[in-house]
Write a protein that binds this ligand. Structure first.
Ligand SMILES: CC(C)(COP(=O)(O)OP(=O)(O)OC[C@H]1O[C@@H](n2cnc3c(N)ncnc32)[C@H](O)[C@@H]1OP(=O)(O)O)[C@@H](O)C(=O)NCCC(=O)NCCS
Length: 158
């Protein structure tokens, strides 16, 4: 497949994918996040470049981690038939870039233990002990620092 298009979108654009991948069979309310009311929240959709169908998503918002200013993300999902093609990676990379543009230096999530390999491939580390999120099962906090942009070179003669 050609590269997916990654776009900033309204929550409604990604809601069905989020719900069907992450909370199948549960009421719609279970797929709404209280953090979505944060004024700085942003949602990303990966779209098939040909059909425009939404095939990947994630939602990012400011939230401290243990007192450290950061951005958390939730609802990371790729449509089942599209996995392993780089869509999740593209969504995560764009999300981290958007966070960096907003001045964020730390990004984190509650990640399913089963998805840990995905986060660790993207530079995230486990933070703390494994914990259970009923009915979803075991999770870790995964965290990644975003390096500051390198300082511009000094002007000649300065
Ligand atoms: C986790 C998820 C979003 C990854 O999306 P994706 O589009 O398949 O990811 P990519 O194709 O970009 O995969 C990137 C790499 O991570 C690896 N990877 C993906 N999912 C993985 C997993 N669960 N465990 C270990 N490695 C994984 C891929 O093999 C790939 O490796 P490569 O670069 O060497 O080929 C997707 O599998 C998904 O929606 N899973 C179900 C929902 C879920 O668990 N979401 C996370 C909630 S915390």
């Amino acid at each position: 497949m050609d590269e997916p298009r990654i776009e900033l979108v309204d929550r409604d654009v990604i809601f069905d994918l989020r719900r069907s991948v992450l909370r199948p069979g549960l009421p719609a309310q279970a797929s709404r996040y209280p953090e979505e009311d944060h004024p700085e929240v942003f949602h990303l959709a990966a779209r098939d470049p040909h059909s425009g169908a939404v095939i990947g998503c994630a939602t990012f918002f400011p939230q401290d981690l243990d007192g450290h200013p950061g951005w958390r993300f939730r609802g990371m999902a790729t449509a089942a038939e599209q996995r392993g093609r780089g869509i999740g990676s593209a969504v995560l990379a764009r999300g981290i870039a958007e966070v960096a543009d907003r001045g964020g230096r730390l990004v984190w999530c509650y990640g399913r233990t089963g998805a840990g390999g995905f986060y660790q491939r993207h530079g995230f580390s486990k933070y703390g002990e494994e914990f259970d999120v009923p009915p979803l099962g075991p999770h870790f906090v995964f965290v990644r620092h975003i390096p500051s942009a390198p300082a511009p070179p000094a002007a000649p003669g300065s």
